[in-house]
Design a protein around this ligand. Structure first.
Ligand code: AMP
Length: 622
């Protein structure tokens, strides 16, 4: 199996990490950088530039340089986020036929996942080289507020880049994982994430290695770029006052101002003043004009004061939602490059009344957390479990005592899945839905959560009714199960909380047990499936033989009778090979009858058998 990496696919910068021998490590890009600008550019010659090199040429090729594609992921063209992106981006955003947004570069439309995939592919290649082995899978992080469509779009991007996305995890959860590794004390954590384009605050609880997101809040219109823009506006105003030249319509000048502003902002995180030198920024009849000014930290802080203030309310709201006072927070983690600004650190200190943790680089903490989650899933990291996933598979008991999973273990929540089942007996009017949780293939080996009945199914031959069973898990891990007769619309539903009462170590024990029993379970599963098929086919064959058997030549009639006899005997067998062999004979017998039915009269297709195949996971009759 190839290697698995953790990827922080950021709006502004992306970062890759791995876990080897219990130690996390940042995977450098080809240029040796620990983070890669999330920028993709297309040159006149048709070349693709990615990362730092793409960012560097943005000034001269701004219309074909795509940055912050993450903001467009899974968004509709007419959404407010895309409207906002249109105002600040220098590339063209278009509308696809289905209403999604696209970016148009050099005459071609690209979906946001395609752009992200180009970046992911580059990150994967760098990791392949660094590790000397092919990377095949990844865990990618997304903001906690990302909905299913955005998460799916991120998964698609991974797929396009040739990566199997094992899991999408929330960025704050990843950050907490990075801090929580190897520590067992109980904590209530605030993750303050101010990146390039968005602000997120998450309140989490960590107890005995189990993480639970208690609340999240934020502002998807607040990020480092707004801080840069304040400096740009200040530069434009100052320049206009002195020269009477308005730089706003000059795209090239604007791009230069933006770059200089960001550089200066970053410098001001450690220095108290920064030089802004932009020679030949404009010209008028009197000659070329240069921008040359000193920006002090105090002035910068004055320019961004209201932006900083906008972080307070979401934090208070998140605390209120988590029913916690600021004093009850035991750790504050900083994520996102913009949290390096001292004014932000001061504000965080004010809100939470404590010193934020700065042990882990805020640009790398999310990728490191993703790498740790890779280890959790692989079983390399024990005693850590996330509550924003389903810890064990959820499903129902099906015919013969099999466990049919609807939701796999570690499915990210919230999630929803439906499967259609049918009846096993003619005129069956009641279907029992037995909900279980566990990893075993055999229902009896798993934990029973609930049972309920769907009554009043319209009398019909077995295999005909369609009962749609739907599992829905909300963000709190609450599972709702419903069963609906698709013909009558009749529905029965109930809510269950599956994970209660199971500690992290119990969950690991159950997984271990499932692994131990897997060989035996597989064999049992094969026997049950064959037996189910045998039973269905036997009933159909007997029924059609009694009706149409007379059409068969005597020797074929003899063959069918013998086969039916043999099938009855094999029914209770525990030998999969014998079952397979009898099934083949029975299929041949069924074919003989169907052929005979068709030969003289041309009756309608013998759909019973193919239908039998499709409805293999048949719901148990009560
Ligand atoms: P992220 O999306 O987490 O990569 O954060 C990117 C944002 O952090 C950009 O707006 C950067 O300008 C900003 N940033 C990066 N380094 C610093 C720094 N040293 N001081 C202030 N802001 C920074």
């Amino acid at each position: 199996m190839g290697k698995v990496i953790g990827i922080d696919l950021g709006t502004t910068n992306s970062c890759v990490a791995i876990l080897e021998g219990g130690v996390t490590q940042i995977v450098p890009n080809k240029e040796g950088g620990r983070t890669t600008p999330s920028v993709v550019a297309f040159t006149e010659k048709g070349e693709r530039l990615i990362g730092q090199i793409a960012k560097r040429q943005a000034i001269t090729n701004s219309a074909n340089t795509i940055y912050a594609a993450k903001r467009l992921m899974g968004r509709k063209y007419d959404s407010p986020e895309v409207e906002r992106a249109r105002q600040v981006c220098s590339y063209e955003i278009t509308e696809a036929a289905n209403g999604d947004c696209r970016v148009r570069v050099r005459g071609r439309d690209y979906s946001p996942p395609e752009i992200s995939a180009i970046l992911l592919q580059r990150l994967k290649l760098a990791a392949d080289e660094f590790l000397g082995d092919e990377v095949t899978e990844a865990i990618i992080t997304v903001p906690a507020y990302f909905d299913d469509i955005q998460r799916q779009a991120t998964k698609d991007a991974g797929k396009i880049a040739g990566l199997k996305v094992q899991r999408i995890i929330n960025e704050p959860t990843a950050a907490a994982l990075a801090y929580g590794l190897g520590k067992h004390e109980n904590e209530r954590i605030a993750v303050f994430d101010l990146g390039g384009g968005t602000f997120d605050i998450s309140i989490m609880e960590m107890a005995d290695g189990v993480f639970e997101v208690l609340s999240t809040c934020g502002d998807s219109f607040l990020g480092g770029e707004d801080f840069d823009q304040r400096i740009v506006d200040w530069m434009i105003d100052t320049f206009e006052q002195e020269t009477k030249i308005d730089l706003r319509p000059d795209r090239l000048a604007l791009q230069r101002l933006k770059e200089a502003a960001e550089r200066s902002k970053c410098e001001l995180s450690t220095a108290t003043e920064s030089q802004l030198n932009l020679p030949f920024i404009a010209a008028d009849s009197t000659g070329p004009k240069h921008f040359n000014k000193t920006l002090t930290r105090a002035k910068f802080e004055e320019l961004v004061a209201d932006l900083v203030s906008r972080t307070t309310e979401p934090c208070q709201k998140a605390l209120a939602d988590a029913k916690l006072a600021p004093e009850e927070i035991t750790k504050v983690l900083l994520v996102g490059g913009q949290t390096r600004s001292p004014i932000i650190i001061n504000r965080v200190r004010e809100i939470f009344k404590r010193e934020p943790s700065i042990e882990i680089n805020p640009d790398e903490v999310v990728a490191i957390g993703a790498a740790i989650q890779v280890g959790v899933l692989a079983g390399d990291v024990k005693d850590l479990i996330l509550l924003d996933v389903i810890p064990l598979a959820l499903g129902i008991e099906t015919r013969g005592g099999l466990f049919t999973k609807l939701l796999e273990r570690n499915s990210t929540i919230p999630t929803k899945k439906s499967l259609v089942f049918t009846t096993v007996a003619d005129n069956q009017q009641v279907v029992e839905v037995h909900v279980l949780q566990g990893e075993r293939e055999i229902a009896a080996g798993n934990r029973s959560l609930a049972k309920f009945e769907l009554v009043g199914i319209q009398p019909a031959p077995r295999g005909l009714p369609q009962v749609e069973v739907t599992f829905e898990v909300d963000a709190d891990g609450i599972v709702s199960v419903s069963a609906r007769d698709k013909m009558t619309g009749l529905e029965q539903a109930m809510r269950i909380t599956p994970s209660s009462g199971l500690s992290a170590s119990e969950i690991y024990d159950l997984i271990e047990e499932a692994n131990r029993s897997s060989e035996n379970d597989k064999r049992m599963k094969e026997i049950i499936i064959s037996r189910n098929r045998l039973e269905g086919l036997l009933q159909n064959t007997v029924r059609s033989f009694s009706e149409f058997g007379w059409m068969l030549p005597a020797e074929d009639q003899e063959f069918v009778r013998n086969t039916v006899e043999q099938a009855r005997e094999t029914f209770s067998s525990e030998d999969p090979t014998q079952m397979r062999y009898t099934l083949e004979l029975l299929e041949k017998a069924a074919r003989l009858i169907t052929d005979a039915m068709f030969r003289p009269t041309g009756l309608a297709s013998g759909a019973t058998h193919s239908q039998e195949e499709e409805t293999a996971p048949v719901s148990e009759a009560s």
